[in-house]
Design a protein around this ligand. Sequence first.
Ligand code: ATP
Length: 327
Amino acid sequence: MTTLIEVSELHKRFGILHAVNNVSFNVQRGEVLGFLGPNGAGKSTTMKMITGFLEPTGGTIRVAGHDVQDEPIQVKRRIGYLPEGAPSYGEMTVQSFLEFVAEVRGVPRSQRQDRIRDVIDKIHLESVVEQTIETLSKGYKRRVGIAQALLHDPEILILDEPTDGLDPNQKHEVRLLIQEMAADKAIIISTHILEEVDAVCSRAVIIAAGRILFDGTPTELQARSDMHNAVTLIVDPATAAAAETALNGLDDVERVERIAEQGDQVTLLAVPHAGREIITAIGETIHRNNWAVQSLRVESGRLDDVFRQITMPHSTEGQREFSNRAA
Ligand SMILES: Nc1ncnc2c1ncn2[C@@H]1O[C@H](COP(=O)(O)OP(=O)(O)OP(=O)(O)O)[C@@H](O)[C@H]1O
């Protein structure tokens, strides 16, 4: 495995605000790291420091072995960066903007038109190449931003909310594109969309109030959910009360909730004690009692619950208080 991004004890202060507080992580070639966190968590600030657009207050960042502060040119050559929001240069057409970026990025003159055609094709920009950027819809502006990040075919991609403003079909396309490119690149994407983590990320880092609160696979993240290994079952009303009592009596079941009642269907949710597996015992109980169960499902965990669980205690207010006390 090749480590392409090494972030070590990174800090950024804006006056009294400690926006990035002792953040360390590595990204290997082949990994798509999802950077998650509530508004103001420090995601964009961290990404700007990795790309060399913002100077850290402390810590080090190495990109493909090059120190971001000592060798900024080497670093920028290897990184494709999609910043937040829309590309500047609104008065340029998409074609002229991409030509400009290709030149600035040092794509050799002989390869420029091929590279531009390639990204236009990949990102589906054909219909707007002669339009000025300021006249594009939000989704197309975002796509132009992605296209410029890919122009020099960098081995590292830092994409700040790449699917922001895209419609569901475009979101799907961009996620496929990220997956396609993942094998030989190291990619960081920031996102608020938890399904995106499941869809494209091999690893998730959760940051809140400038600090890393979780670093692991999406599956490990789901496993933190109270709902991990919970079981939902649909029974008829005559069985529901008996099933509630019996399931509540199982050792590893923490509680049973009646979550829906519709016609002849009652949906029960059995939640296990943390770390326990209850499907086997529930299966045996169903069998023993000969209940007619219409559906039985094991929950893998709800990412939005875990996200809330992990980040709620770390509000931005707390961060300011902490900084005040530390100052
Ligand atoms: N140039 C700046 N000067 C002062 N404060 C800043 C500056 N840039 C960012 N901040 C503050 O630093 C904190 C982290 O901001 P950042 O943009 O990194 O968050 P984020 O996680 O990307 O949030 P979002 O999801 O809303 O984009 C916020 O409180 C923000 O207001």
